[in-house]
Design a protein around this ligand. Structure first.
Ligand code: PLP
Ligand code: COI
Length: 332
C-alpha cells in the first residue's frame, strides 16, 4: 500500500463487526469478512431513511501504540442520532467494544506513523425490519468497518469555498444536529454544482433566515479574529467532536472562544477561516466566494497562523505527543 498517496476513499480490509437488534434486544458482536449485507427489500433504511452513522479515526503513533480519539463521544452521538430517528439505541460500551474489535482485527491496515494517513472507522446503524407504513422498524443492524484514508480535501491543504444561498442540507427544526444519512443525500446537489463551478464545496447558511454561517459541507466552520476563535451556534449543525476539542485547545492556548451566530458578512473581518471535523481535521480556507454579491472573502493561510497552531496541537494530542490534559485519548 502506498500510504502517502491514499485519498479519502473506501479500501477493502479483512473484517467488519456487526451486531443485530432483534426481539427487543441486542445480540453478540459478530465478526464478518464479506463486504455485503443481506437484507429485506422492505427494510426501513431503504425506504424511510432509518440510518445514522459515525466517523472517527485511529492513529499508529511514534511509541508503536494505537490511539483512538474521543471514541465514547462518537458512541454518545450515535445514541442521540438513533433516538431522534426512533431507532434502537446501542449502549455506548458496546459501541466502544465494537470499535476496538474492528481495529484490532484490521491492525495491518493502520497506516504507519508519519505517513500522513490514518485508519478511518465508520460505524453505522440501519433499520432492517420490513416496513411499508411509515413507522420505526422492529429490527436493526449495527456495523463497523474501517478503511485507511489520507486527506479529505484534495490540493495543498487549503480550500476555496462558495456560499450556498440556494440549497439547505437540513431544515430549521429537522435533522441537521444528528448524523443521519439523509442529510448527506440532501447535500449532494449543492456539492456537485459547487465542484462544477470550480469550488471545493459549499458553506451552508442557516436554513431559517439565510443570514448566518452554518456548516462547511461535512465539517464545522470556525474563524479567527482579534485573538478569538469564533464558531457557529446553530440548531441545524452537527455538534462536531473536533470543534469541541478545538474550543478547549484554543482556550488553553490563550484565545478567547465564542460560540454564536456569525452573519456571513462578518467574514470580512476574519483573519483566518477553517473547516474542522474528523475527516477534514483542520483544513484552512483561503477564499470564500459569495455568488450573490460577487465578493470574494480572503483569509490568511499557511504555517504562521492560529489555525496551524491549533492543528498541530490537536494532531499531537491524537498521536500521544502532547499532554492529553482533557483525557480524550485511549490506547487499544
Ligand atoms: N459536520 C458534519 C455535517 C459532519 O458530517 C461532520 C463529520 O462528522 C462534522 C461536522 C465534524 O464532526 P466531527 O468533528 O465529530 O467529526
Ligand atoms: C467525518 O468527518 O467523519 C465525516 O463523517 C465527514 C464525511 C466523510 C461524511
Amino acid at each position: 500500500m502506498d500510504w502517502a498517496k491514499l485519498g479519502f476513499s473506501y479500501r477493502k480490509t479483512n473484517y467488519n463487526v456487526r451486531c443485530y437488534y432483534r426481539n427487543g434486544s441486542w445480540g453478540e458482536l459478530e465478526v464478518h469478512s464479506e463486504e455485503t449485507i443481506p437484507m429485506h427489500m422492505a427494510a426501513s433504511c431503504l425506504h424511510y431513511g432509518q440510518e445514522a452513522f459515525e466517523g472517527l479515526k485511529c492513529y499508529r503513533c511514534k511509541d508503536g501504540k494505537v490511539r483512538l480519539f474521543r471514541v465514547a463521544d462518537n458512541g454518545r452521538r450515535m445514541a442521540s442520532s438513533s433516538e431522534y430517528l426512533q431507532m434502537a439505541v446501542l449502549p455506548v460500551e458496546r459501541f466502544i467494544e465494537a470499535v476496538h474489535k474492528v481495529v484490532s482485527l484490521n491492525e495491518e491496515f493502520i497506516p504507519p506513523y508519519e505517513s500522513g494517513a490514518s485508519l478511518y472507522i465508520r460505524p453505522f446503524l440501519i433499520g432492517t425490519g420490513a416496513q411499508v407504513g411509515v413507522k420505526p422498524a422492529d429490527e436493526y443492524l449495527f456495523v463497523v468497518f474501517v478503511s485507511p484514508v489520507g486527506p479529505y480535501f484534495k490540493g495543498e491543504g487549503e480550500i476555496t469555498m462558495c456560499l450556498e444561498h440556494t440549497y439547505d442540507r437540513a431544515a430549521p427544526h429537522g435533522t441537521g444536529h444528528v448524523k443521519a444519512g439523509g442529510n448527506y443525500g440532501a447535500s449532494l446537489t449543492a456539492y456537485v454544482e459547487s465542484h462544477k463551478n470550480g469550488f471545493d464545496g459549499v458553506i451552508y447558511l442557516d436554513p431559517k433566515e439565510k443570514k448566518y454561517i452554518d456548516e462547511v459541507g461535512a465539517a464545522n466552520f470556525f474563524g479567527i479574529k482579534e485573538g478569538t476563535y469564533v464558531t457557529p451556534e446553530s440548531p441545524s449543525i452537527l455538534p462536531s467532536i473536533t470543534n469541541k476539542s478545538l474550543c478547549a485547545i484554543a482556550e488553553d492556548m490563550g484565545l478567547k472562544v465564542e460560540r454564536r451566530h456569525i452573519p456571513y458578512q462578518e467574514l470580512d473581518t476574519f483573519e483566518e477561516a477553517g473547516a474542522c471535523g474528523t475527516a477534514a481535521v483542520i483544513t484552512q480556507i483561503n477564499n470564500i466566494f459569495d455568488p450573490q454579491s460577487g465578493k470574494t472573502y480572503k483569509f490568511r493561510t499557511g504555517a504562521d497562523t492560529w489555525s496551524h497552531k491549533l492543528y498541530q496541537r490537536l494532531v499531537d494530542i491524537q498521536h500521544g505527543e502532547a499532554e492529553d490534559k482533557f483525557g480524550w485519548v485511549t490506547t487499544l
